[in-house]
Write a protein that binds this ligand. Sequence first.
Ligand code: GMT
Length: 377
Amino acid sequence: MKIGIVCYPTFGGSGVVATELGLGLADKGHDVHFITYKRPVRLTSFHPNVYFHEVAAMDYPLFEYTPYETSLASKMVDVVRYEKLDLLHVHYAIPHAAVAFMAKQILKSYGINIPVVTTLHGTDITLVGNDHSFAPVVEFSINASDGVTAVSDQLRDETNKTFKINKEIKVIYNFIDFSRFRKINKDHFKKAIAPDGEKVLVHISNFRKVKRVEDVIHVFEKVSKKIKSKLLMIGDGPERKHMEELCRTLHLCDEIRFLGKQEAVEELLAVSDLFLLPSENESFGLAALEAMACEVPVISSNAGGLPEVNINGVTGYMCDVGDVEGMASKCIELLSDDESLSVFRKNAYLQAKRFDITEILPQYEDYYKQIIQQVNL
Ligand code: GMT
């Protein structure tokens, strides 16, 4: 198949899923055309079946806000026509599903009926999409897509609760590529990060409010009073500055390292003992899955779709949102008992195996075929 993928090219979860999906499809012999405003961060090397079409938004003194959607729709029309795509797969409803609708209508005037699949990722429904400044467009464009997928059962249910959706939303879980995410030996990293054999806790996110990053610091504060430990904070975003200030206030700067955005997170997960994800909301929690694939158990909140990924008492523990005390005591419990920590490590890996890319990718291929057939009826 010739597939067009539209996504955010940044470090966020939806862009990562879209890029890994495209690369996986390309490995299977499909031609994949990424249409984005920048090369996606995980698109790092040459692949014979992968193409990148950059959307250049036009600046003009009249435009206080650059009409990016118009440029994107034009690029989508151009790529579908000239590359003869079979299907467009857009990730994150805003604005991609609405722009896909516009592109689809324009393509009809050229006699092309391009099938459009929209994948919902989370905040496009829960945090941003349900705001009244977006909601009517989000609802309309989900209904106008030929196929719609969500990354967890919870996100599907939430979408149906929030909007009047007139079609079935298919759940296709996020996935993990074990050729990249697996426990590797990085003993020299471990010695540098935890020279006195300290336990290593880790958090990876975009440091937005929804991640409750301050809970990560407060949990660690409690853990570090009982267990010799270090905390790695990976990623960047609006809350990072406040978190660095909080570390100073709590006199924890020697124990907590802010590493910013990292390409090879698997190398840091390889030296980690626990992953912390206390999010206010999380449709799936791809970062937690990446940790689990590297045999790192997860202490998380029980928000959104997290219970579909992290199994309480098996692959880690879950507590209510904001229950810093509970999360800290579960960390201390696990980190004090090497035997049970190693059982949780194995369980985390086995659970991650359920989301192996080799299991999930065929679900997308089958869905594409079904939607293409439906549109061509
Ligand atoms: O919040 C993020 O981490 C970014 C956001 C995105 O769309 O880029 O992530 C959402 O999509 C990910 C991939 O499907 C999910 O794993 C995340 O759980 C989801 N984030 C939220 O729902 C807050």
